[in-house]
Design a protein around this ligand. Structure first.
Ligand code: C5J
Length: 271
Protein backbone atom coordinates (compact mmCIF):
# COMPACT_ATOMS: atom_id res chain seq x y z
CA UNK A 1 0.00 0.00 0.00
CA UNK A 2 1.42 3.38 -0.96
CA UNK A 3 1.59 6.23 1.51
CA UNK A 4 -1.03 8.04 -0.51
CA UNK A 5 -3.53 5.15 -0.46
CA UNK A 6 -2.88 4.56 3.25
CA UNK A 7 -3.68 8.19 3.87
CA UNK A 8 -6.86 8.02 1.81
CA UNK A 9 -7.96 4.93 3.76
CA UNK A 10 -7.31 6.73 7.04
CA UNK A 11 -9.40 9.70 5.89
CA UNK A 12 -12.23 7.44 4.87
CA UNK A 13 -12.35 5.53 8.13
CA UNK A 14 -11.71 8.56 10.36
CA UNK A 15 -14.36 11.17 9.77
CA UNK A 16 -12.81 13.29 12.50
CA UNK A 17 -9.87 14.23 10.32
CA UNK A 18 -11.01 17.63 9.11
CA UNK A 19 -10.34 18.67 5.54
CA UNK A 20 -7.75 21.23 6.40
CA UNK A 21 -5.76 18.77 8.45
CA UNK A 22 -5.98 16.33 5.57
CA UNK A 23 -4.71 18.98 3.17
CA UNK A 24 -2.01 20.12 5.57
CA UNK A 25 -0.74 16.61 6.28
CA UNK A 26 -0.87 15.49 2.68
CA UNK A 27 1.00 18.63 1.82
CA UNK A 28 4.12 16.90 3.04
CA UNK A 29 3.90 18.62 6.41
CA UNK A 30 3.94 22.16 4.98
CA UNK A 31 1.09 23.02 7.29
CA UNK A 32 -0.79 26.11 6.21
CA UNK A 33 -1.56 28.80 8.73
CA UNK A 34 -5.18 29.55 9.52
CA UNK A 35 -4.97 32.54 7.15
CA UNK A 36 -3.33 30.65 4.32
CA UNK A 37 -5.61 27.64 4.30
CA UNK A 38 -8.13 27.22 1.53
CA UNK A 39 -11.28 27.41 3.53
CA UNK A 40 -14.52 26.51 1.76
CA UNK A 41 -17.19 28.88 3.03
CA UNK A 42 -20.83 28.40 2.24
CA UNK A 43 -23.69 30.77 2.78
CA UNK A 44 -26.86 29.06 3.97
CA UNK A 45 -30.03 31.06 3.45
CA UNK A 46 -31.98 30.86 6.70
CA UNK A 47 -34.10 32.72 9.20
CA UNK A 48 -33.70 35.03 11.00
CA UNK A 49 -30.85 35.74 8.55
CA UNK A 50 -28.48 33.78 6.34
CA UNK A 51 -25.39 32.31 7.92
CA UNK A 52 -21.92 31.80 6.50
CA UNK A 53 -20.26 28.56 7.62
CA UNK A 54 -16.88 26.95 7.06
CA UNK A 55 -17.60 23.54 5.58
CA UNK A 56 -14.76 21.77 7.35
CA UNK A 57 -16.05 23.10 10.67
CA UNK A 58 -19.60 21.94 10.02
CA UNK A 59 -21.27 18.64 10.88
CA UNK A 60 -24.62 17.30 9.77
CA UNK A 61 -26.28 15.83 12.87
CA UNK A 62 -29.22 13.53 12.18
CA UNK A 63 -31.34 12.94 15.23
CA UNK A 64 -33.11 9.63 15.96
CA UNK A 65 -34.37 8.64 12.50
CA UNK A 66 -35.13 5.25 14.02
CA UNK A 67 -37.75 2.64 13.20
CA UNK A 68 -38.99 2.97 16.81
CA UNK A 69 -40.18 6.50 16.01
CA UNK A 70 -41.08 6.22 12.33
CA UNK A 71 -42.63 2.79 11.93
CA UNK A 72 -45.78 1.19 13.33
CA UNK A 73 -45.22 -0.97 16.41
CA UNK A 74 -42.38 1.12 17.84
CA UNK A 75 -41.98 3.49 20.76
CA UNK A 76 -43.75 6.38 19.01
CA UNK A 77 -46.85 4.37 18.30
CA UNK A 78 -47.01 2.87 21.81
CA UNK A 79 -47.43 6.45 23.04
CA UNK A 80 -50.52 6.80 20.86
CA UNK A 81 -48.97 8.77 18.00
CA UNK A 82 -49.65 8.67 14.26
CA UNK A 83 -46.16 7.69 13.15
CA UNK A 84 -46.88 8.27 9.46
CA UNK A 85 -46.45 12.01 10.09
CA UNK A 86 -42.72 11.56 10.52
CA UNK A 87 -42.29 10.16 7.01
CA UNK A 88 -42.42 13.70 5.60
CA UNK A 89 -38.84 14.33 6.76
CA UNK A 90 -37.31 11.24 5.11
CA UNK A 91 -37.08 12.30 1.44
CA UNK A 92 -35.78 15.85 1.98
CA UNK A 93 -33.26 14.54 4.49
CA UNK A 94 -32.17 11.78 2.13
CA UNK A 95 -31.32 14.43 -0.47
CA UNK A 96 -29.35 16.52 2.03
CA UNK A 97 -27.54 13.45 3.34
CA UNK A 98 -26.45 12.44 -0.18
CA UNK A 99 -25.22 15.97 -0.97
CA UNK A 100 -23.43 16.26 2.38
CA UNK A 101 -21.69 12.95 1.72
CA UNK A 102 -20.51 14.32 -1.63
CA UNK A 103 -18.82 17.24 0.11
CA UNK A 104 -17.10 14.92 2.59
CA UNK A 105 -18.44 16.83 5.57
CA UNK A 106 -18.72 15.14 8.95
CA UNK A 107 -22.03 13.31 9.36
CA UNK A 108 -23.19 12.08 12.76
CA UNK A 109 -26.28 9.99 13.48
CA UNK A 110 -27.94 9.63 16.87
CA UNK A 111 -30.27 7.00 18.30
CA UNK A 112 -32.34 7.22 21.44
CA UNK A 113 -32.44 3.98 23.41
CA UNK A 114 -31.30 1.95 26.37
CA UNK A 115 -29.16 -0.95 27.44
CA UNK A 116 -31.00 -4.29 27.43
CA UNK A 117 -30.96 -4.36 31.25
CA UNK A 118 -32.46 -0.82 31.26
CA UNK A 119 -29.84 0.25 33.81
CA UNK A 120 -29.49 3.58 31.96
CA UNK A 121 -33.26 4.18 31.71
CA UNK A 122 -34.52 6.38 34.51
CA UNK A 123 -37.61 4.87 36.20
CA UNK A 124 -39.22 8.28 35.73
CA UNK A 125 -38.94 7.75 31.96
CA UNK A 126 -39.95 4.07 31.91
CA UNK A 127 -42.96 4.61 34.17
CA UNK A 128 -44.16 7.79 32.43
CA UNK A 129 -47.72 7.96 31.06
CA UNK A 130 -49.93 5.12 29.98
CA UNK A 131 -48.36 3.70 26.81
CA UNK A 132 -49.68 0.48 25.26
CA UNK A 133 -46.18 -0.94 25.82
CA UNK A 134 -43.39 0.40 27.99
CA UNK A 135 -39.69 0.80 27.23
CA UNK A 136 -38.18 -2.70 27.34
CA UNK A 137 -41.44 -4.52 26.53
CA UNK A 138 -41.51 -6.91 23.59
CA UNK A 139 -43.02 -5.41 20.42
CA UNK A 140 -43.22 -6.36 16.73
CA UNK A 141 -39.77 -4.82 16.13
CA UNK A 142 -38.22 -6.31 19.25
CA UNK A 143 -38.01 -4.73 22.69
CA UNK A 144 -39.20 -1.13 22.70
CA UNK A 145 -36.37 1.45 22.59
CA UNK A 146 -33.67 -1.07 23.47
CA UNK A 147 -30.26 -1.01 21.79
CA UNK A 148 -29.59 -3.85 19.40
CA UNK A 149 -33.27 -4.47 18.65
CA UNK A 150 -34.58 -3.98 15.09
CA UNK A 151 -36.82 -1.09 16.18
CA UNK A 152 -33.88 0.80 17.64
CA UNK A 153 -32.08 0.88 14.31
CA UNK A 154 -32.04 3.73 11.81
CA UNK A 155 -34.50 3.59 8.90
CA UNK A 156 -32.97 2.06 5.74
CA UNK A 157 -33.35 5.25 3.67
CA UNK A 158 -30.97 7.13 5.98
CA UNK A 159 -28.76 4.31 7.11
CA UNK A 160 -25.25 5.38 8.16
CA UNK A 161 -22.38 4.35 5.94
CA UNK A 162 -18.92 3.34 7.07
CA UNK A 163 -17.10 6.15 8.82
CA UNK A 164 -20.22 7.99 9.99
CA UNK A 165 -20.33 7.95 13.79
CA UNK A 166 -23.53 6.82 15.49
CA UNK A 167 -24.16 8.24 18.95
CA UNK A 168 -26.36 6.19 21.27
CA UNK A 169 -28.10 8.45 23.74
CA UNK A 170 -30.25 7.54 26.73
CA UNK A 171 -32.01 10.91 26.85
CA UNK A 172 -33.62 13.40 24.55
CA UNK A 173 -30.55 15.62 24.13
CA UNK A 174 -27.64 14.25 22.10
CA UNK A 175 -25.06 15.76 24.47
CA UNK A 176 -26.40 14.18 27.65
CA UNK A 177 -24.31 11.17 28.74
CA UNK A 178 -22.71 10.76 25.30
CA UNK A 179 -19.34 11.46 23.70
CA UNK A 180 -20.78 13.83 21.10
CA UNK A 181 -19.13 16.93 22.55
CA UNK A 182 -15.61 15.53 22.64
CA UNK A 183 -16.08 14.18 19.12
CA UNK A 184 -17.12 17.61 17.84
CA UNK A 185 -14.29 19.30 19.65
CA UNK A 186 -11.71 16.86 18.27
CA UNK A 187 -13.05 17.47 14.78
CA UNK A 188 -12.89 21.28 15.29
CA UNK A 189 -16.59 21.62 14.57
CA UNK A 190 -18.31 24.96 15.21
CA UNK A 191 -21.50 24.65 13.15
CA UNK A 192 -24.18 21.97 13.37
CA UNK A 193 -26.73 21.39 10.65
CA UNK A 194 -29.46 19.58 12.54
CA UNK A 195 -32.31 17.42 11.26
CA UNK A 196 -34.40 14.52 12.48
CA UNK A 197 -37.23 13.70 14.84
CA UNK A 198 -39.05 14.90 16.69
CA UNK A 199 -38.81 18.64 16.16
CA UNK A 200 -39.96 19.73 19.59
CA UNK A 201 -38.41 16.91 21.62
CA UNK A 202 -35.00 15.51 20.66
CA UNK A 203 -34.18 18.05 17.94
CA UNK A 204 -35.04 21.03 20.15
CA UNK A 205 -33.34 19.57 23.23
CA UNK A 206 -30.16 18.87 21.26
CA UNK A 207 -30.13 22.33 19.68
CA UNK A 208 -30.54 23.98 23.08
CA UNK A 209 -27.75 21.87 24.55
CA UNK A 210 -25.53 22.72 21.57
CA UNK A 211 -26.35 26.42 21.75
CA UNK A 212 -25.31 26.58 25.40
CA UNK A 213 -22.03 24.94 24.45
CA UNK A 214 -21.31 27.61 21.85
CA UNK A 215 -22.26 25.78 18.65
CA UNK A 216 -24.12 27.56 15.89
CA UNK A 217 -27.04 25.37 14.89
CA UNK A 218 -28.88 25.50 11.59
CA UNK A 219 -32.07 23.42 11.75
CA UNK A 220 -33.52 22.15 8.45
CA UNK A 221 -37.25 22.52 8.99
CA UNK A 222 -38.51 20.14 6.30
CA UNK A 223 -35.95 17.53 7.38
CA UNK A 224 -37.52 17.48 10.84
CA UNK A 225 -40.95 16.21 11.79
CA UNK A 226 -43.29 15.81 14.74
CA UNK A 227 -46.37 13.76 15.54
CA UNK A 228 -48.00 17.15 16.17
CA UNK A 229 -47.89 19.67 13.27
CA UNK A 230 -48.44 22.58 15.65
CA UNK A 231 -45.46 21.51 17.82
CA UNK A 232 -43.31 21.18 14.69
CA UNK A 233 -44.19 24.72 13.67
CA UNK A 234 -43.69 26.17 17.14
CA UNK A 235 -40.54 24.12 17.69
CA UNK A 236 -38.96 25.81 14.68
CA UNK A 237 -40.31 29.23 15.60
CA UNK A 238 -38.80 28.96 19.08
CA UNK A 239 -35.35 28.30 17.65
CA UNK A 240 -35.28 31.30 15.32
CA UNK A 241 -37.21 33.80 17.47
CA UNK A 242 -35.58 36.80 19.13
CA UNK A 243 -32.82 37.08 16.54
CA UNK A 244 -32.16 33.33 16.57
CA UNK A 245 -32.12 32.70 20.30
CA UNK A 246 -31.19 29.04 19.82
CA UNK A 247 -30.07 29.09 16.20
CA UNK A 248 -31.11 29.40 12.57
CA UNK A 249 -33.86 27.67 10.60
CA UNK A 250 -33.40 26.73 6.96
CA UNK A 251 -34.66 23.87 4.78
CA UNK A 252 -33.45 21.16 2.41
CA UNK A 253 -33.71 23.35 -0.71
CA UNK A 254 -31.58 26.13 0.71
CA UNK A 255 -29.10 23.66 2.20
CA UNK A 256 -28.80 21.79 -1.10
CA UNK A 257 -28.11 25.06 -2.91
CA UNK A 258 -25.34 25.86 -0.43
CA UNK A 259 -23.82 22.37 -0.73
CA UNK A 260 -23.96 22.53 -4.54
CA UNK A 261 -22.00 25.77 -4.36
CA UNK A 262 -19.42 24.10 -2.09
CA UNK A 263 -18.99 21.24 -4.51
CA UNK A 264 -18.55 23.68 -7.39
CA UNK A 265 -15.81 25.54 -5.49
CA UNK A 266 -14.06 22.25 -4.74
CA UNK A 267 -14.20 21.16 -8.38
CA UNK A 268 -12.86 24.51 -9.60
CA UNK A 269 -9.99 24.36 -7.11
CA UNK A 270 -9.09 20.84 -8.18
CA UNK A 271 -9.04 21.85 -11.88
C1 C5J B 1 -39.11 11.33 21.63
C2 C5J B 1 -37.34 11.94 20.10
N1 C5J B 1 -40.02 12.09 21.02
N2 C5J B 1 -36.37 11.41 19.40
N3 C5J B 1 -37.85 11.19 21.12
O1 C5J B 1 -39.39 10.71 22.63
O2 C5J B 1 -37.79 13.02 19.82
Amino acid sequence: MTLRSAWHNACETSPCIPFILRIALWDGGRAQSRHERRVVKIEIAAEPQSISVELDRTALVIIDMQRDFLEPGGFGETLGNDVSRLQAAVKPLQAVLAAARDTGMLIIHTREGHRPDLSDAPPAKVERGAPSKRIGDEGPMGRILVRGEPGHDIVPELYPIEGEPVIDKPGKGAFYQTDLEIMLRNCAIDYLVVAGVTTEVCVNTTVREANDRGYRCIVLGDCCASYFPEFHEMGLKMIKAQGGIFGWVSDSHRMLAALAHANKVRTLRKA
